[in-house]
Design a protein around this ligand. Structure first.
Ligand code: BGC
Length: 468
């Protein structure tokens, strides 16, 4: 697909943006009053990050924001989604706010606005202040109230300028990778015992929506979760039940209470493991109304489809690395031999993005607000050629085909590429590159890749077509 063909599918108001997260780009981990987050603590433990790196410097965006802004402006980015570091803005996870943290995000927001770029803020993209984690983190109800306090402070500081607010990024991943499997911070492997975190996280979302509306902020408010179409590895009943259980845990656990305002319906495959905690979710009680406040948009992150079979995986594979805990889970991830894969070994199947959207529309009907694809992208081992160029045509192909599917859907208002500059990829450290701009992790020099030029070509084609 040519850039012109992709551009032709985009409505004039379709938002074509880029996305990032504080812990993955900012660095300056102990500067200007910031305190450690769960990821600083997790990465300091040997064996947690595949290349032994830490979030101390990452892309150093804290000091290089102007350079990155110039690059964003150069390609005509419509919107930049970034997250606030809770421990930079509110060290220790509770008041008072840190003026230096406010000053940094003021500079980012004002810079974006001056460049004509829409600021989209995620309040929580996985970096819980370490002091809150020590007191129980998302397993403790009090954390939801601390989060609402943080949301309110952020709303008061930036609520006059932020276009879109995202309360939480991927609660599913926080619960699964962080608390059930332990491959992400805070590194707890509680398996189904992690379900207790779901209720706190759901409550935190609802309280944050209320806190932002109480300010009141001028922007729209939503939540982002990651969705994947789940299919059974065979027609066998046990594979179907396992796939349904995975679909429940991955796709419905958070979205059902948020969008439908009703308790989660336990899947058939949950029989026998209910004693492990799923029943907590069928009694949301007085929290239900707060959790299901109407939203202005639903942020959907999509990367790959999932195929599930019953029975544990002796290798304990997860999309984010193998782990002991996964060997105790009663289902396993199967491969997609028919699809090519990314550097992370994630299957590439653009049609699955359409399937995810169809399933959301079908399940949530008129309770589903406007959709923003708040993340999508692919990692590849990009290298700088002797002539200084970086050919990432596989990423161009991935993006063109996924963006085309999103843009053709009337329910979808935008697509945010994950990510702009190669970042610190959580437990994978610097081993997976997702950016449209190459990062030299030693010198921090940025080099545009071919996807960067492709993005600009799409935006230029759109402005040529725009009615003047
Ligand atoms: C997360 C990002 C992450 C990306 C690629 C998403 O699940 O929100 O922070 O870098 O996937 O792994």
């Amino acid at each position: 697909m040519t850039p012109e063909e992709v551009a032709a599918l985009m409505r004039p108001d379709f938002v074509f943006g880029v996305a990032s997260a504080a812990a993955q780009i900012e660095g300056a981990a102990d500067e200007d009053g910031r305190t450690p987050s769960t990821w600083d603590v997790f990465a300091a433990q040997p064996g947690t990050i595949s290349d032994g790196s830490t979030p101390a410097v990452t892309t150093d965006a804290y000091h290089r924001f102007d350079d990155d802004l110039a690059l964003m402006r150069d390609v005509g980015v419509d919107a930049s989604r970034f997250s606030l570091s809770w421990s930079r803005l509110m060290p220790d996870g509770r008041g008072p706010v840190n003026p230096k943290g406010v000053a940094y995000y003021d500079r980012v927001i004002d810079g974006l606005l001056e460049a004509g770029i829409r600021p989209v803020v995620t309040l929580f993209h996985w970096d819980t202040p370490a002091s809150l984690e020590e007191r129980g983190g998302w397993l403790r109800r009090d954390t939801a109230y601390r989060f609402a306090e943080f949301a309110s402070a952020a709303g008061h500081a930036f609520g006059d300028r932020v276009a879109d607010w995202i309360t939480l990024n991927e609660p599913t991943t926080v619960m699964l990778d962080g608390y059930a499997l332990g491959v992400h911070a805070p590194g707890r492997a509680k398996l189904f015992g992690a379900i207790r975190a779901v209720r706190t996280i759901l409550l935190a979302h609802g309280l944050a929506v209320d806190a932002l509306r109480a300010v009141p902020v001028t922007g729209r408010i939503g939540i982002t979760n990651v969705h994947t179409p789940v299919e059974s590895a065979s027609a066998a009943r046990e594979d179907h039940d396992a796939a349904d259980l995975f679909d429940f845990v991955h796709n419905r656990l958070f979205a059902d209470p948020v969008l439908l305002g009703r308790d989660a319906e336990l899947p058939r495959g949950a029989q026998g493991i209910d004693r492990l905690g799923l029943h907590i979710l069928s009694r949301l009680g007085r929290d239900r109304a707060v959790i299901s406040r109407p939203l202005d948009f639903y942020g959907l992150n999509y990367y790959f489809p999932t195929r599930i079979a019953a029975g544990a995986d002796p290798e304990g594979r997860t999309p984010d690395g193998a782990t002991e805990a996964m060997k105790d889970v009663p289902f396993r991830l199967e491969r997609f031999p028919e699809h090519p894969v990314t550097g992370f070994d994630w299957p590439i199947d653009p049609c699955s993005l359409g399937v995810v959207i169809d399933r959301m529309v079908e399940r949530y009907g008129d309770r589903l607000p406007r959709i923003l694809i708040t993340e999508g992208g692919a990692s590849f081992p990009d290298e700088i050629a002797p002539d200084g160029t970086v050919d990432d045509s596989a990423r161009v192909d991935y993006l063109a085909r996924h963006v085309a599917i999103a843009a053709a859907r009337p329910e979808v208002d935008g697509y945010f590429v994950w990510t702009f500059v190669d970042n610190w990829e959580w437990a994978a450290g610097f081993t997976q590159r997702f950016g449209m701009v190459h990062l030299d992790t030693e010198t921090l020099v940025r080099t545009p890749k071919s996807s960067y030029h492709w993005f600009r070509a799409v935006q230029q084609a759109r402005s040529r077509e725009a009615p003047s």
